[in-house]
Design a protein around this ligand. Structure first.
Ligand code: FES
Length: 150
């Protein structure tokens, strides 16, 4: 099995996995960063979103072999103590119901706001449309992203 060195949350981490192992499974099963969730495994739900070089991507779709040399950030590395503005807004608006999708939602929102700090409602909707919430907390998600942008 080849060894890959991945830069995750600012640290080099080595994983011995086959080249087509999705990043999601390297994170969860080999590195123990289980904040990133498995939802569908086919790029349809966004539960597995992490940042790669600042962009939110679906970690269930990208093979580890393509991740060397990239800066990967998971929900565990988004802030030191859970106080990223999106996380603060999430708490203030009381977004989670079951909470399963929230890591992926927050990673999408934070990457989006880095690029567009003053979004319109429609821009937020469009940015978040790939993240499914099975509790349908979409109004609160929308509010929290708008609040984080203030
Ligand atoms: Fe990756 Fe659903 S688990 S998009």
């Amino acid at each position: 099995m080849p060894t890959y060195t991945l830069k995750i949350n600012g640290e080099d981490r080595s994983v011995d996995v086959s080249s087509d192992t999705p990043l999601l499974w390297a994170l969860r099963d080999h590195i123990g960063l289980v904040g990133t969730k498995y939802g569908c495994g086919i790029g349809q739900c966004g539960a597995c979103n992490v940042h790669v070089d600042g962009n939110a991507i679906q970690s269930c779709l990208v093979p580890v072999a393509q991740m060397e040399g990239k800066e990967i950030t998971t929900i565990e590395g988004l802030s030191e103590d859970g106080t990223h503005p999106v996380q603060e807004a999430w708490k203030e608006v009381d977004v989670p119901q079951c909470g399963y999708c929230q890591a992926g939602q927050i990673m999408t929102a934070s990457s989006f706001l880095d690029k567009n700090p003053n979004p319109t409602e429609d821009e937020i909707k469009s940015a978040m449309h790939g993240n499914i919430c099975r509790c349908a907390a979409y109004n609160r998600i929308q509010k929290a992203v708008a609040l984080a942008a203030e």
